[in-house]
Design a protein around this ligand. Sequence first.
Ligand code: V07
Length: 257
Amino acid sequence: MFNKMRKTKEKDVPVTKEEVLRHPMPNHVAIIMDGNGRWAKKRALPRAAGHYEGMQVVRKITRFANELGIQILSLYAFSTENWKRPKSEVDYLMKLPEQFLTTFLPELVAENVKVQVIGHAEALPDHTRRAVEKAVKETSGNTGLVLNFALNYGSRAEITAAVKQIAKDVERGMLAPEDITEPLISSYLMTSGLADPDLLIRTSGEIRLSNFMLWQLAYTELWFTDVLWPDFTEQHFLEAIAAYQRRDRRFGGVSAR
Ligand code: V07
């Protein structure tokens, strides 16, 4: 009883960076950055203002993840469903990669961050695709944090494309049906070469995956918060990692995998 109370009390103490650094870090953190529009609405600002503020948080959390020694940070920046939004909003969103990279690419290079992208890049406007390709190229030799942007990404579209390619390779005689294993399927996905996420964070109170990395998230710890993405801080990030570390300790060695 006494112990229980002490524990409850300790829970209210904010987690520190030092404490998080003392336990195993998740290798790969994925984030669904939701709530930018709601953040703007609450302030009677245009939705674009929320997206812009959200972009500043991407920079902040990228630097922090790198400092913590996280190896891969995957960010859901634009889904295949986002094309349904008003054209003016889509046009604005498609300018953000360039805007982000114009401001922060030198910093990413200096900090040894490697930019990667998953999603169907062919369908992006030329100006967006070119800016992203330049960043991928200029950081391809970097060995620090992998910053993986999901742009025009949808998990079912990804799995569909993988199944189609596997069928073609079987038809061409390059693969036998017996060769189709879970690792083989993983290797046909856009995340090929990246470990599966250890931790998924979703902001803004929605408790669903919204077509994000469905295959890759099979064993991932999920952490949801009501905090809107533009309000998300380093402290929230530490809380998510600490929750992951507590669960990992409890299941360590005897996990359900
Ligand atoms: C976008 C800001 C973050 C909140 C979520 C929606 C709005 C950064 C990028 C980006 C993408 C690729 C890249 C460099 C930066 C981005 C979109 C939206 C479409 F190589 N933030 N951000 N792209 N938002």
